[in-house]
Ligand binder design. Structure first.
Ligand code: OGA
Ligand code: MN
Length: 286
């Protein structure tokens, strides 16, 4: 099957039409989708009311999923690879103000890349919208880490190129005041170290790899490293590097976690919002 790719004017972000993902992809279709993702960083498919098995089958084309820490998820999610990105509790009611998962999810408001605390980290995420607020549904914003890197002067690139950053879920959650991790989670999620600048194999382009889980730089005084990361995130997420996704019900939004960052935006959370998240990891440590 031949798909149609409709890129944003900037080339960052593209809609793909011509596919119903309830039917499994074949190799050629996957190759075309992977090529569009490699080129545009973020792709989306409208009107894909997938069940978990269909969404899992989709993501497995891109790599094996990482099992999640149970503590951090909603008991509604039986599939170990799925995260319940919603404001709804185990009983299907809108979460109370003091619900721990609500606090935990607030960290998504910071620019981040999914699962960068893992080794190997996520490579591709797929997020399927089930229920959206009717009034002012929030956008999800993306920033192009390849374009941002390429916009730096050569001398600055050389200063940064060999740095490594430490990533942990404790760093991103500390930003929203969540510290209540149990032993099982601490064991599953030790901090990881990754290069600050990586090479995106499929496009041959280099890019930043950072975000809210990245707390400091290896071999640099912690506060200095934290400030450097903050400065680089501010630089790399300027409006000219962004794609802003306007959600419609049953969108399947798919992004490359290596060469993009993203963030949630605030909304009136007395209205239901329910999305299902799963990701495929890199095959090798990075
Ligand atoms: C995520 C995420 C953003 C949003 O699910 O990984 O960052 O808008 N979500 O919910
Ligand atoms: Mn995310």
């Amino acid at each position: 099957m031949t798909i149609d790719v409709h890129p944003q004017p900037s080339g960052f972000g593209a809609e793909i039409t011509g596919l119903d993902l309830r039917t499994p992809m074949d190799q050629q279709t996957y190759d075309e989708v992977e090529a569009a993702l490699a080129r545009h960083g973020v792709i989306f498919f409208r009107n894909q009311p997938l069940d978990e098995a269909q969404q899992e089958a989709f993501i497995r084309w891109f790599g094996p999923p990482n099992a999640l820490a149970k503590q951090l998820n909603n008991a509604r999610m039986k599939n170990p690879y799925f995260y319940d990105v919603s404001n709804v509790d185990e009983n299907g009611d809108i979460m109370m103000e003091d619900n721990e998962r609500r606090l935990y999810l607030l960290a998504n408001l910071y620019w981040h890349t999914d699962m960068s605390m893992r080794q190997p980290p996520a490579r591709v995420t797929a997020l399927n919208a089930r229920v959206l607020p009717e009034i002012d549904p929030p956008d999800t914003e993306f920033a192009d880490m390849r374009a941002a890197w390429e916009a730096l002067p050569e001398a600055r690139k050389q200063e940064l190129e060999s740095l490594r950053a430490v990533h942990s879920v404790y760093a991103s959650r500390a930003k929203v005041g969540y510290t209540n991790f149990n032993d099982e989670t601490r064991k599953l999620l030790p901090p990881s170290e990754h290069p600050l600048i990586r090479l995106h194999q499929a496009s041959g382009r280099k890019h930043f790899y950072m975000g809210a889980h990245a707390s400091h730089i290896v071999g640099m005084e912690e506060e200095q490293g934290r400030q450097l990361l903050e400065e680089l995130v501010d630089f790399a997420t300027q409006p000219q590097f962004r794609y802003v996704h306007k959600w419609q019900p049953y969108d399947l939004l798919v992004w490359d976690d290596s060469c993009t960052m993203h963030r949630a935006t605030p909304y009136d959370d007395t209205q239901r919002r329910e999305l299902r998240w799963c990701s495929a990891r890199e095959l090798e440590p990075v």
